[in-house]
Ligand binder design. Structure first.
Ligand SMILES: *[C@@H]1O[C@H](CO)[C@@H](O)[C@H](O)[C@H]1NC(C)=O
Ligand SMILES: *[C@@H]1O[C@H](CO)[C@@H](O)[C@H](O)[C@H]1NC(C)=O
Length: 595
């Protein structure tokens, strides 16, 4: 179903111009669509869409003074009532009346781009303090999951991942896209440069040994920012990553390693084990022996002490509502990966597997999906060992109330606490750092985000159930989330440039630390099986959830309007069973081309 990858990205117009065989190329290369509405690379548009909050059904989505979201939630369309008020209405009802405001904007944008471009020069960027010589570590101990916390397996100290997402694409700023162009009266003062190393794109393996000259200074600056964890996105299992892992370890940095490639961590709504072994052209070939792909990465990265977690899948339902029918595939995939770890237990460290969900906000889906992926359906092996949420709801606002300037009770994280405070496995924000709201980036990006939420992660409000948070993201590109400008991003800027965004996060990461109340006492440290009840003055009450009832998983899939409701209680055969019974050919092609 090629359509799946394309719909919602370029609204179908790619389909008109591309044959099925071209689609993986379209996604990998920075291709442009033929139609005007779709001049963005599909991945860029996805990235934009996924970061933007949406207005609720029948909520306001536009109007002269409106500063909130202008896109509607799934199934809704923004309908203009008058110049002052537009509201979200169900798509079917909205189909006929009321012109959307888009055509006018498109024309305006077009007029602007047709004006002759004035020659611009750029003022030099403000000077930065010299980076100190980084602190280095001789050894770094593996981190283990116990109950719903992470611990240093040697010292027994509780571990909190102060993280940053690392996916530099070398995508230079070219004024065609980004938040700054949407700010009335904003005069852009930037001149794009030529990124060092050229354009890499979303799916590049940015940490392979051959890219050492690019990632070395990034790693050192991350360490100095106070980060102890990096989240990665796309790796090529045919490449070596030994140099990167060693350098990261020497700086005290752990790494969250993706086991899926090419896409965002997607798995199709298709029975296991074919959903992660078979070459499914209709799914953009994402499933081409994904199990072999993942095992190869597991084998390499399990040997490094500083591999923190393996991401088994990510944001299944972000690109496609039918992701809600594909969670059984995640469970089966996780089970087969756990079986592989068990088979290799003598020579392979059991690194915890995490699933990273898109934050769907209120409603039942967030909790039902989390319970499903952490429950034991057939056995513990089909449950993930840790859980992540990619959260973009605290947009640099403060939430005043009850005489406090920044009151957690009024913040969007309060609901998340409700859903996850009694969670059975370590819970992290696998991405955070909304850049909408009061703050908008304006190239060359003065001020930046202030990260007021960090103190809550580590403090009383969330410190009892969170084990990490990954700031999105290290490098600037068209999405404008960057903490830094990669060398050559702007004209005349040849070195890595640290933005105010970076220094603001540094302040937060260095100021707050994980509460030592739950560190393991010395006597417990050598035990292989300690649980929080042994090590901390807190009651161990975080039991594995029961798997959601049929009523609940039907409700979620119906609400999300999946094309075909899938049975979440079915047990699917493992890869090995399928091979033994001759349903599958064991030697799937590998290695294979990945973009
Ligand atoms: C890896 O961790 C073990 C403890 O489990 C430690 O003895 C060893 O020195 C560490 N290795 C490195 C390279 O840090
Ligand atoms: C650590 O947590 C305990 C229990 O919630 C609390 O009493 C204590 O004040 C916390 N300490 C710090 C430094 O936040």
């Amino acid at each position: 179903m090629v359509r799946r990858l394309i719909q919602g990205l370029c609204f179908g117009s790619l389909l008109a111009t591309a044959g099925a065989d071209q689609v993986p190329d379209l996604l990998a290369a920075d291709s442009e669509c033929a139609s005007e509405e779709c001049t963005l690379n599909a991945l860029q548009r996805h990235a934009l869409l996924k970061k933007e909050p949406v207005a609720k059904m029948y909520g306001q989505c536009g109007g002269a003074k409106w500063k909130g979201p202008t896109n509607c939630e799934d199934g809704g369309k923004c309908v203009k009532n008058n110049d002052w008020y537009s509201q979200c209405e169900p798509e079917a009802a909205a189909a006929a009346p009321a012109p959307s405001p888009e055509p006018a904007e498109t024309n305006k944008a077009k007029e602007e781009t047709e004006e002759p471009a004035p020659t611009k020069t750029m003022a030099p960027l403000p000077a930065r303090p010299k980076q100190p010589v980084p602190k280095t570590y001789e050894t770094l101990n593996p981190i283990i999951a116990r109950g719903n916390f992470l611990y240093d397996s040697v010292t027994g100290k509780r571990f909190f991942a102060k993280g940053v997402a690392y996916n530099p694409r070398n995508e230079k700023y070219d004024h065609s896209f980004g938040n700054s162009v949407q700010i009335a009266g904003w005069v852009d003062k930037c001149v794009p440069g030529t990124p060092k190393g050229g354009y890499w794109g979303y799916t590049a393996d940015v940490i392979e040994d051959d890219k050492e000259e690019f990632w070395t200074e990034d790693l050192e600056a991350m360490a100095d920012m106070g980060a102890n964890t990096i989240r990665l996105y796309n790796l090529d299992p045919r490449k070596s990553h030994a140099k990167f892992m060693k350098k990261a370890a020497s700086l005290g940095i752990y790494v969250i390693v993706p086991l899926t490639g090419k896409d965002y961590g997607f798995l199709p709504a298709f029975p296991a084990p074919e959903c992660y072994t078979k070459d499914l052209e209709d799914y953009g070939n994402v499933g081409v022996n994904l199990l072999g792909f993942a095992k190869t990465l597991m084998k390499e990265f399990s040997q490094y002490n500083n591999t923190l977690l393996f991401t088994a899948a990510n944001e299944l339902a972000q690109l496609d509502k039918n992701g809600y029918a594909a969670f059984p595939c995640v469970k089966a995939f996780v089970r087969d990966l756990h079986n592989y770890q068990a088979d290799c237990a003598e020579s392979m460290r059991k690194v915890p597997l995490i699933y990273s969900d898109v934050d769907t906000g209120g409603g039942i889906a967030r909790k039902v999906v989390a319970d499903y992926l952490t429950c034991a359906l057939d056995s513990d092996a089909d449950a993930v060992d840790a859980y992540g949420l990619n959260v973009y709801s605290w947009c640099d606002e403060t939430y005043p109330g009850d005489g406090k300037a920044d009151n957690f009770q009024y913040s969007p994280y309060k609901d998340i606490k409700q859903d996850f405070e009694d969670f059975s496995v370590p819970f992290i924000f696998s991405e955070f750092g909304c850049n909408l709201g009061k703050f908008k980036t304006k190239c060359p990006y003065p001020d930046g985000r202030t990260w007021p939420d960090v103190k809550h992660f580590l403090g009383e409000d969330m410190g009892q159930f969170m084990s990490g948070a990954i700031a999105f993201q290290w490098s600037m590109d068209k999405e404008e989330y960057g903490l830094t400008l990669s060398p050559g991003f702007l004209a005349g800027q040849d070195k890595l440039y640290l933005l105010d965004n970076y220094f603001n996060l540094q302040k937060q990461y260095k100021k707050y630390d994980v509460n030592s109340t739950w560190d393991a006492p010395a006597g417990e440290v050598d035990k292989c099986s300690f649980v929080p009840s042994d090590v901390a003055p807190m009651e161990y009450k975080h039991k594995r959830p029961a798997c959601p009832s049929k009523e609940l998983w039907m409700k979620v899939q119906h609400e999300k309007r999946v094309d075909k409701v899938v049975d979440w209680s079915a047990s699917w055969p493992s890869w090995r069973t399928a091979v033994n019974f001759g349903w599958l050919v064991p030697n799937m092609p590998f290695p294979f081309a990945i973009a």
